[in-house]
Design a protein around this ligand. Structure first.
Ligand code: DGL
Length: 266
């Protein structure tokens, strides 16, 4: 099984693209909804929670985990890849969403000026500024947006006003921006609002980019591809027990998904 992890529902936007690109791949999704959002938490918390999620997916037999969360990718991934995997899980792999996105995005701008909307923790890490090579990058932190989306208020006036003000900040910071990345896997749910407030600029979500890069990774690593079951099994796990969760989640995935509550171990 391929493991896919996010702080909450956001990673479902990436999972959907993975299922479209690689329909027979078996997946286990884990959302740490009980502790979302991560984007306003400390580095220590994000690191520990991300590690808990990855360990859980390893325990359930995943040889490869996609961290479908920019915040975790920015704050925890490198440390996990460099210290935890070699010591404890030498035959497992964990891939994030920032590097694959950064590699592709430069070709999507003609002005060479790219905007990145992301959580405060992703912005503070500077990961996108480091990883996007060959373009001017302006980052805008969007505190509060994930909370509003996780709680199902993405169609509210409040979200429309917040996105309008974030877009104004972006364009005031760099009027030459012609491509804006939604650098948080929750934001594609409100992609239409970003598009409305950014006029004719291109708005980019990560799902298809990450899915394409995963397909390419599996082609280049047939040994890993062979270890991932291809019978199309799909499991959805969450750390939160809430009767409303599956219907909220379907907004991200595009169709109904049934979540099973679990407890992760630290
Ligand atoms: N969806 C996540 C991201 O891509 C995290 C959002 C959060 O938990 O704050 O950054």
């Amino acid at each position: 099984m391929l493991g896919v992890f996010d702080s909450g529902f956001g990673g479902l936007t990436v999972l959907r693209a993975i299922h479209t690109r690689l329909p027979s791949i078996s997946t286990i999704y884990l959302g740490d909804n009980a502790r979302a959002p991560y984007g306003t938490r400390s580095h220590e918390e994000i690191f520990q929670f991300t590690l808990d999620g990855i360990r859980e997916l390893f325990r359930r037999g995943c040889p490869l985990v996609i961290v479908a969360c920019n915040t975790s990718s920015a704050q925890a991934l490198r440390q996990i890849q460099q210290t935890i995997l070699p010591a404890e899980f030498p035959d497992r792999r964990v891939l994030g969403v920032i590097r694959p996105t950064a590699e592709e995005i430069v070709s999507m701008s003609t002005t060479g000026h790219i905007g990145v909307f992301a959580t405060p923790a992703t912005v503070t890490s500077g990961a996108y500024v480091r990883e996007i090579v060959g373009a001017n990058v302006t980052q805008i932190a969007c505190p509060g947006l994930v909370d509003l989306i996780e709680s199902g208020r993405e169609r509210s006036e409040e979200v429309d006003r917040l996105v309008a003000s974030l877009c104004d900040q972006m364009l005031a910071a760099d009027p030459l921006i012609d491509a804006a990345l939604l650098g948080c896997t929750h934001y594609p749910i409100v992609e239409a609002l970003f598009a409305k407030h950014l006029g004719d600029r291109r708005v980019i979500s990560q799902g298809t980019i990450v899915a394409e890069k995963l397909a390419d990774y599996l082609d280049r690593h047939p040994d890993m591809a062979e270890r991932i079951d291809q019978s199309g099994t799909r499991q959805y796990l969450t750390t939160k027990s809430d009767e409303d969760l599956s219907s909220l989640a379907s907004r991200f995935y595009g169709e109904t998904v049934a979540f099973i509550p679990i407890k992760t171990k630290s």
